[in-house]
Ligand binder design. Sequence first.
Ligand code: 6MZ
Length: 373
Amino acid sequence: MGEEDSKAGGEGMEWYVGVPKIELHAHLNGSVRDSTLLELAKALGEKGVIVFSDVEHVILKNDRCLPECFKLFDLIRILTTDHTTVTRITKEVIEDFAAENVVYLELRTTPKKNEAIGMSKRSYMEAVVEGLRTVDAVDVCFIPSNESTENFSETPHTNDAYDRKHRRKIYVRLLLSIDRRETTASAMETVQLALEMKDLGVIGIDLSGNPVVGEWQTFLPALEFAKEQGLPISLHCGEVPKQKEVQAMLEFQPQRIGHAICFEDEDWRQLKLSKIPVEICLTSNIRTETVSCIDDHHFVDLYKAKHPLILCTDDPGVFSTSLSQEYKLAASTFGLGKDEMFQLARNAVEFIFADDGVKKALKEMFDSASSMQ
Ligand code: 6MZ
């Protein structure tokens, strides 16, 4: 697709790490470092809650089909679901994304209840927000009302201002996920919570979870309520063949969809007409074998059709990837040049759920980065 002499696929990782990037499809519990999972598993092993040797190889395994992924998510849930750990993993995940120059992150997570330890969906989310507050390696902007005067290109006048400007900065917004195992009432509770936490960076709703589980009709009332209330929605769509559901999801007109794999010709036609942006997760699709071979990935068709696309990681911990690696993979597989990759990263600004003030700040930052390319 690109000119031979400007191919980015041949660049080292440094270029992909250095380029500013926007991540719009990352699940919190799918982004946990292996080292943290192993440490948590060891601690629970010592308490006799799990047998460490039974889970160690599960955590370290690299290739997982889709059903195996959901078994791993159940294990991760056991390891991470207490308030202190939720705060810790949130902090680490933000630091990891910021370290590879992700400048805007929409992190999604499923609010969880665990009565045995006094955890409600709200207290789970408060622990996530606490994680955002405790990040110290980077400035985290997540409270919308604090951001109006901040931008990436502020001119420094004093040493303090100079230090502030040169600290790494990341905008973070949260999407609350509805798990496909949930009931209508539970999904509704999540949407209500999202509305109540808008001032704390919660910006939208995601529908995810094992795609073979649950019925669209179960979640529809909550999703319609979210839509009425003006909450943007991203749906996991077509991860497995379920044509009726894909049709219903496209008719619902969410703000974005994730994956878009098992589509019939008519679905592709409708998707392209709709211009609904697609969150593309290359490594995830290959590892879970939902796409048979990367050369056949629908990225190519959608990219050629100039359909709105965003490269994302899905679960960088579970799939041992990073956003920089996803960019490198796309460039080398599809023959995209540096300019095309930079443009792909910049285009994502249009599809974020945050407001125009954040979009403006991000565009300025991309513009100043482009002059340094
Ligand atoms: C569908 C996925 C997913 O919410 O506990 N999740 N749902 N398809 C995928 N592709 C592989 N990857 C992750 O993060 C983990 C949860 O995100 C959803 C699943 O519900 C998983 O349990 P949180 O932070």
